[in-house]
Design a protein around this ligand. Structure first.
Ligand code: CP
Ligand code: NVA
Length: 308
């Protein structure tokens, strides 16, 4: 069987993605109320080890993948790239070949998306993209799971992304044709998502609308999503904060969405910068359910990567 890398959602089979979402939901339900460190009844990844490499900071991705492996009956080794020879110039190729002989899968959070692709090319075990400058596919599995748990049917759901058309936005674009939700994106022109991503998604059948106003994007939405205005690696924080100011998710902006609309944010969040504290801490916010679901989503992704 070909190696099952989890690099970008547009490359994935829609049926596999559906199976991952269903599995994440079922596995979550099956262990409700259990101690968090208890292994799942079927211990599906017993004897398996995941290596995690971080070139950038992380709270959710790091802890949820580690706990995911524990709950699946396996284990994880977590390293900052700077603590490895990788950080001293050892090649991605050599690192990938060596680690493939020690562990069963590798998750990488990298500055450059092309480095994750190069790692996967050289590895002989599955490689998972734990966020790059270009995308954050694991996040979107947790986000969609959260929306389904809330009772939304994705093909009847209008998601509005506002703010920076960044890596997280890209993964919402990549998944749009796979799950058939409609996606309205509101960004200033300079912060619009990658044109190639949008064109490819539309070619694959996605329903995507681009706006240069937050108000137009949010009108009639079931879900409003944003992310930090300054991502890891962005060096132009001051310009971004002022350019994106009008794209913050305020109480007034939420009022333009449907009356039952919910709010998502991958976290970490900056209250009263990209989102009003009243919104993210209010009754329509699902951000902590979303963060919890990273764990359940990761487990389903790992199982898919490693199933025989
Ligand atoms: N949302 C997310 O990926 O969070 P971390 O950066 O904390 O992993
Ligand atoms: N867009 C953010 C997401 C963090 C999870 C970043 O890349 O820093």
């Amino acid at each position: 069987m070909a190696l099952r890398h989890f690099l970008d959602l547009w490359q994935m089979d829609a049926a596999d993605l559906r199976r991952i979402l269903d599995d994440a939901q079922a596995t979550k339900r099956a262990r409700e109320g259990w101690p968090k460190g208890q292994v799942d009844a079927d211990a599906p990844l017993a004897g398996h080890t995941l290596a995690m490499i971080f070139e950038k900071s992380s709270t959710r991705t790091r802890y949820s993948f580690d706990m995911a492996m524990r709950q699946l009956g396996g284990s994880a080794i977590v390293t900052s790239a700077g603590d490895m020879q990788l950080g001293r110039g050892e090649s991605i190729h050599d690192t990938a070949v060596v680690l493939s002989n020690y562990v069963d899968a590798v998750m990488i959070r990298a500055n450059q998306h092309s480095d994750v692709e190069a790692f996967a090319e050289a590895a002989s075990v599955p490689v998972i993209n734990g966020l790059t400058d270009r995308s954050h596919p694991c996040q979107i599995i947790a986000d969609l799971m959260t929306l389904e748990e809330h009772g939304l049917e994705l093909p009847n759901t209008r998601i509005a992304w506002v703010g920076d058309g960044n890596n997280v936005c890209a993964s919402f674009i990549h998944a749009a044709a796979k799950f058939n939700y409609s996606l309205a994106i509101g960004t200033p022109f300079r912060y619009a998502p990658d044109e190639e991503d949008v064109d490819l998604a539309i070619e694959m059948g996605a329903n995507i609308e681009l706006y240069d106003s937050a108000e137009e994007a949010v009108a009639g939405a079931d879900v409003v999503v944003t992310d930090t205005f300054v991502s890891m690696g962005d060096s132009d924080a001051d310009a971004r904060l002022s350019d994106l100011e009008d794209f913050a998710v305020t109480v007034e902006l939420m009022e333009l969405a449907r009356p039952d609309a919910v709010f998502l944010h991958c976290l970490p969040a900056h209250r009263d910068e990209e989102v009003d504290a009243e919104v993210i801490d209010g009754p329509t916010s699902l951000v902590f359910e979303e963060a919890e679901n990273r764990l359940h989503a990761q487990k389903a992704i790992l199982k898919w990567c490693l199933e025989e």
